[in-house]
Design a protein around this ligand. Structure first.
Ligand code: NDP
Length: 242
């Protein structure tokens, strides 16, 4: 095992948007990384030092676990897991294809729980470690066409806070980070073009949204605090976002 002064950070969904920006920031801060996504070539193209890139669909709990074990064999125990992978498929409940909300719950909620389970036992035993779950401002309030997605993100915020309370006295930190609209690939997976167009108009009307690095800097600030300081829950939006 190689010795590193900073601990291993695992980032799910690191092939684009917020996850890729976090990979850059945490690497610059000196952390070895495990980057997970299905488009592994995009994580490899980041070309970061002390970084293992693995093609993993994080809804596959076995593949997720195998990649974490492999990274730990090289870089030591996971210091921080960032559950960032997520999908947003907007629609109205009466017309949306149920397969879309199944996909969102499987990834945004179930895979996140699986990730927490992968690392929590060891963090509790070591009385150290951090889990940062990427929720959303949609984990705090409603938005048009967001019902199923909002449900997943309220779940992320609730799970984070519940587990935070459970492990706090062991010195393990659980945090949630709730971005407002950020310019990434996220909206592009919605299948209803009229909803996409309306969302783009909303973004333009507020004079633009955040960029992924705004979220990455915030995540590094949260995780980079001493282990006895837990910035539990952060909402970060464009100033003009309602
Ligand atoms: P992107 O679509 O750019 O990134 C999503 C990432 O998730 C990609 O790297 C994608 O990689 C990965 N991913 C998707 N499905 C899987 C899977 N099954 N297994 C592994 N990785 C997967 O969007 P963002 O960067 O915006 O999203 C990141 C997080 O931020 C999400 O949780 C999102 O809900 C949240 N968020 C985003 C906001 C925004 O406005 N952009 C606002 C609030 C929260 P790949 O396809 O290669 O597998």
């Amino acid at each position: 095992m190689t010795e590193h002064t900073k601990g291993l950070v695992v980032i799910t969904g690191a092939s684009s948007g917020i996850g890729a920006a976090m990979a850059q920031r945490f690497s610059e801060a000196g952390h070895p990384l495990l980057l997970l996504a299905r488009r592994v070539e995009k994580t490899e193209a980041l070309n970061l030092p002390n970084t293992l890139c693995r093609k993993v669909d994080v809804t596959d709990a076995t593949a997720f676990r195998d990649a974490v074990k492999e990274a730990e064999a090289t870089y030591g125990p996971v210091e921080c897991l960032i559950n960032n992978a997520g999908v947003m498929l907007l629609g109205q409940v009466d017309t949306q294809d149920p397969a879309e909300w199944q996909k969102m719950y499987d990834l945004n909620v179930v895979a996140l729980l699986n990730g927490m389970q992968l690392v929590l036992g060891d963090m509790k035993a070591r009385k150290s470690g951090t889990i940062l779950n990427v929720s959303s401002v949609a984990g705090k309030k409603a938005f048009p066409n967001h019902a199923a997605y909002v449900g997943t993100k309220f779940a992320v915020s609730a799970i984070s806070e519940n587990v935070r309370e459970e492990v706090a006295d062991l010195g393990v930190r659980v945090m949630s980070l709730c971005p407002g609209a950020v310019d990434t690939e996220l909206l592009g997976h919605t299948t209803d073009q009229a909803i996409i167009d309306g969302y783009e108009e909303w973004k333009d009307a507020m004079g633009g949204v955040l960029v992924a690095d705004d979220i990455a800097r915030t995540a590094l600030f949260m995780v980079g605090q001493p282990q006895n300081v837990n910035i539990r829950d952060v909402v970060i939006t464009a100033t003009r976002q309602q």
